[in-house]
Write a protein that binds this ligand. Structure first.
Ligand SMILES: Nc1ncnc2c1ncn2[C@@H]1O[C@H](COP(=O)(O)OP(=O)(O)OP(=O)(O)O)[C@@H](O)[C@H]1O
Ligand SMILES: [Mg+2]
Length: 256
């Protein structure tokens, strides 16, 4: 079964990692397991938001897979697959892989191909793949995003933030992500009404400013595990329901 992939984009500090972690947790809580969390930001921190540790990233594999001595009796594909399994963090309901920094040419293509191949090799029935990207539009411009089943553009509610979100959407459309549904996620919403929500996007999800996130930040606890009922968590649970419906529409997802 092909997993339903959700990529998160947006300008710096808008809450991509926070929303990604909460989304992973919400999908798990809804029984949509297993989930694969992909940290595609070279400054990997999704693992912290999810409260797990990473040992190594797969970015470094590029060089090593072609220069290091492959152990006797192993071919290169087996070796890559082995190293990939070592980079994969297995946790309750989800696995996490961090792409790390690409080496050599500065291109992620190899790491991305490796990721796709390795996920296939894992033969695990991931129901969802959640990809947390680096800030900005570079990954879209370079095509490192691949073609997800759903693109979430995270923005602050300000006019400038939304303009950036629109630019990201336009760019994504121009590099082959035309048919992918795009949802605008307005994070850190402080208003009481939704009147000011921009009309530029058909689908907009609002996530309120949540003091529990700041608390988690200060205490250094994983933001993915906010207390039940906290506003941002509830909002992302609703987002997860939308994501599940979209996945079901795309193909029949077995009920838990
Ligand atoms: N709904 C929210 N309420 C309160 N604080 C929030 C909310 N969402 C995110 N934050 C805070 O905003 C900051 C940035 O969040 P986060 O790291 O998730 O953004 P990011 O888009 O992943 O950043 P980067 O571009 O650096 O990867 C963090 O301090 C986080 O705790
Ligand atoms: Mg981030």
């Amino acid at each position: 079964m092909k997993p339903f992939s959700v990529a998160l984009s947006g300008k710096g500090g808008t809450g991509k990692t926070t929303v990604a972690a909460l989304l992973v947790r919400s999908l798990i809580a809804a029984g949509r397991v297993p989930v694969l969390a992909v940290d595609a930001d070279p400054n990997a921190n999704l693992h912290e938001a999810l409260g797990v540790k990473i040992r190594e990233t797969i970015g470094g594999l590029r060089e090593e897979a072609f220069t290091e001595q492959i152990p006797p009796g192993m071919n290169r594909t087996d070796y890559i697959s082995l190293r990939f399994r070592k980079s994969l963090v297995e946790s309750d309901g989800f696995d996490l892989i961090a792409m790390g920094r690409p080496e050599g040419s500065g291109c992620y293509c190899f790491a991305n191909d490796l990721l796709t191949t390795s996920v296939q090799l894992l033969e695990r029935d991931y129901q969802f793949v959640i990809i947390d990207n680096e800030a900005g539009m570079e990954h879209i411009a370079r095509g490192t995003l691949g073609i997800p089943d759903l693109l979430l553009i995270v923005s602050d509610p300000g006019a400038r933030g939304v303009r950036t979100a629109i630019r990201i959407r336009t760019l994504a459309r121009s590099v082959g992500v035309e048919t992918t549904p795009v949802l605008l996620v307005l994070n850190r919403w402080k208003g009481t009404t939704t009147d000011e929500i921009p009309a530029a996007f058909d689908n907009v999800v609002v996530i309120p400013e949540d003091p529990a996130i700041e608390d988690a930040d200060i205490r250094g606890s994983p933001v993915g595990s906010l207390p039940p009922g906290s506003p941002a968590r509830v909002a992302v649970e609703n987002l997860a329901e939308i994501v599940v419906k979209m996945a079901e529409q795309k193909r029949k997802v077995p009920r838990p």
